[in-house]
Write a protein that binds this ligand. Structure first.
Ligand SMILES: [Zn+2]
Length: 243
C-alpha cells in the first residue's frame, strides 16, 4: 500500500506562537488542506509548484485558514496555470473568496484556467480525482456559517483532519475511523470553548483511535508536546511525514 504522505506548510494556531507558520498541510503534495496567509510562501520554500496542486480544501473561514487564497490565485494567474483547480469549502466559500480576492487584487479573476468551486456539505461524500472526502460538521465558532472536518481516503489509505473544533462526537468519530488523524491542539491546558487542548481533550481523542493509528498535532499553541501519548507526533513546520 502507498504511504499516507503529509507535508506541513504550517503548524501554528491563529496567533502564530513563537513564529510558527499558520496551520496547513499537503497530502501527497497535490491536495492542500487550508490556505493560511503564508501558503504560497511556504509552498515556494518547500520547492512545491503551486501549479501542481489538484485542489485546495478549506475547513472554515477564519483568516488563518483562508487568507492565503488570493495569493494562490494570483500565482496561478500570472505563473502559467492552465489546467483547472478545485477549491473546496463550506457554503459561502466562493462568495467570500471572490469578494476578498477581487478587492485586494482587482482583475484577479481575468484568468486562463478554470476554478471549480465545490461546496462541501456535512455528510455528503465526494471525490476530487483520487481523493475521496467526507465532510463532517464540527464544533467551532458558531458565528461562522459552518465549520468542517474531513475524513479522507487516498489510494486506499484513510486519514482525517479535524479542522478547528472543540471536542465533540464528530471529532471522536473521525478519530475512530482514521489510520492517521491530523488534529488541532490550540493550547496546552487553557480551556477555550471552540478549540481542543492538550491536557484535557487530546487524551480522549487518542483513546478513541485504534492503538496502531497515528495522531499528528497541529494548529499549536505554546507548550504543546506529545504528553506521553502513544503514536503521537507534534507536527513541525515544513516537515514531511509518511505512514
Ligand atoms: Zn478557526
Amino acid at each position: 500500500m502507498p504511504d499516507i504522505d503529509l507535508t506541513f506548510i504550517g503548524t501554528g494556531n491563529a496567533f502564530a506562537p513563537g513564529g510558527l507558520c499558520w496551520n496547513g498541510f499537503l497530502a501527497s503534495n497535490r491536495y492542500l488542506f487550508e490556505a493560511p496567509p503564508q501558503a504560497l510562501m511556504s509552498l515556494n520554500k518547500l520547492g512545491i509548484d503551486a501549479n501542481e496542486l489538484e485542489a485546495v480544501i478549506l475547513s472554515h473561514h477564519h483568516g488563518d485558514h483562508f487568507l492565503g487564497l488570493p495569493f494562490l490565485i494570483l500565482h496561478w494567474k500570472y505563473m502559467g496555470r492552465t489546467r483547472p483547480i478545485r477549491i473546496v469549502g463550506p457554503r459561502g466559500t466562493r462568495e467570500l473568496a471572490e469578494d476578498i480576492s477581487a478587492r485586494v487584487y482587482p482583475g484577479i479573476f481575468d484568468i486562463h484556467f478554470e476554478i471549480e468551486w465545490v461546496v462541501a456539505e456535512p455528510g455528503r461524500a465526494f471525490r476530487l480525482g483520487g481523493l475521496e472526502l467526507e465532510p463532517v460538521a464540527v464544533k467551532h465558532d458558531t458565528r461562522l456559517d459552518v465549520s468542517l472536518g474531513y475524513a479522507a481516503r487516498l489510494a486506499g489509505r484513510r486519514f482525517a483532519y479535524t479542522g478547528d473544533s472543540a471536542i465533540c462526537d464528530a471529532i471522536l468519530d473521525l478519530a475512530r475511523g482514521a489510520e492517521v488523524l491530523v488534529s488541532e491542539c490550540a493550547s496546552r491546558d487553557t480551556t477555550i470553548d471552540i478549540h481542543m487542548n492538550l491536557v484535557d481533550d487530546i487524551p480522549r481523542v487518542r483513546a478513541a483511535m485504534h492503538p496502531d493509528s497515528h495522531l499528528l498535532l497541529t494548529h499549536l499553541g505554546p507548550g504543546v508536546d506529545t504528553h506521553g501519548l502513544a503514536h503521537t507526533t507534534v507536527a513541525t513546520d515544513y516537515e514531511r511525514y509518511r505512514f
